[in-house]
Ligand binder design. Structure first.
Ligand code: AMP
Length: 298
């Protein structure tokens, strides 16, 4: 099984023409929906007593294992963000950690022998606590964010020496490496420990650095982006779901995984929250992947 440890949230998202209030969000949610298109996935997270059981049932209806989701007294994590005219630029307008602030991830016994694990954005200390519970993982990738890179740099660097790869955005890669050239930054991050570095550039696509090679891929061209929230987590979910299903992480597999990550992330941008992911099918993903591969042919 593929395991993801991350946030489960109520998101409030404002775009130039819509406001979605207290909708299902959080990195683990987006990751889970995306990964479930490729194979079994289990989530580790925390929700408060205000979190409706029906939301967890939606996850389970997609075959997502929720035995790792703890319910504790208190309020669920809340996040709010605003996109102005440029849907590539987001401003966080509210962050209430609530029960996520005291989150101590405990992997159910059945998750500890998982071969594949994604450590979504969170404190590096908590991410390491998850690593300590995994018996013999084949591939662990992590995400992080500017908050931790600036405030807990040594802990982030320690974590990077223990994981096989990172999936981070362009700003984070430049901040980690202290370089403004993205290719140089990605290579420098790989030298910090994680041999596999995927840098997400929003509407500008992504860059994979693995085994000394650099593989760029544009984003799938969408004419309308309704809500890009969670696109990065969907990218990671599809990327890892594809790799876990393939059972190897050769460069050829990683390159294909980037393509699938890009495709599933594009679907997520077509609607708010997880609305597009609720009904997305593997057949639709395959069709768009073929269309995309055709567009890339020169
Ligand atoms: P993305 O657009 O891929 O960066 O993911 C956005 C999702 O991450 C939203 O659904 C938020 O609920 C969640 N999120 C935002 N900030 C944090 C944070 N500091 N820790 C954990 N999850 C977060």
């Amino acid at each position: 099984m593929l395991v993801c440890v991350g946030s489960i949230a109520f998101d409030t998202v404002e775009t130039p023409d819509h406001l979605a209030e207290e909708v299902l969000g959080g990195s683990a949610n987006f990751f889970g929906f995306a990964a479930s298109l490729f194979g079994p996935v289990g989530l580790v997270g925390v929700v408060g007593d205000d979190f409706p059981e029906s939301h967890l049932e939606v996850l389970r209806s997609r075959g997502i294992d929720t035995t790792g989701v703890q319910r504790v007294p208190g309020r669920t994590f809340r996040w709010a963000g605003r996109y102005r005219d440029d849907m590539n630029v987001r401003e966080t307008t509210n962050l209430e950690l609530n029960v996520f602030g005291a989150f101590d991830p405990v992997l159910p016994e059945a998750y500890r022998t998982s071969g594949y694990c994604f450590l979504a954005n969170g404190s590096p200390a908590i991410q390491e606590r998850v690593l300590d519970q995994l018996r013999q993982p084949k591939l662990v990738l992590a995400d992080t964010m500017n908050h931790w890179i600036e405030g807990a740099r040594d802990e982030v660097l320690h974590l990077l020496r223990r994981v096989d790869g990172v999936i981070i955005n362009d700003e984070e890669a430049m901040m980690l490496a202290g370089r403004t050239n993205l290719v140089a930054a990605a290579r420098a991050v790989a030298r910090l420990g994680p041999g596999i570095v995927v840098v997400k550039k929003g509407a500008h696509g992504s860059l994979l650095v693995a085994d000394g090679g650099v593989f760029p891929l544009p984003a799938f061209p969408l004419e309308e982006v309704k809500d890009p929230t969670g696109a990065g987590d969907c990218f990671a979910g599809a990327f890892m779901g594809y790799v876990a299903r393939a059972g190897d992480h050769s460069v050829a597999t990683l390159r294909k995984a980037v393509l699938y990550g890009t495709v599933v992330a594009s679907f997520n941008c077509e609607a708010f929250s997880v609305d597009r992911l609720r009904t997305l099918t593997p057949a639709e993903v395959e069709q768009r992947a073929r269309e995309f591969a055709e567009l890339l042919r020169t």
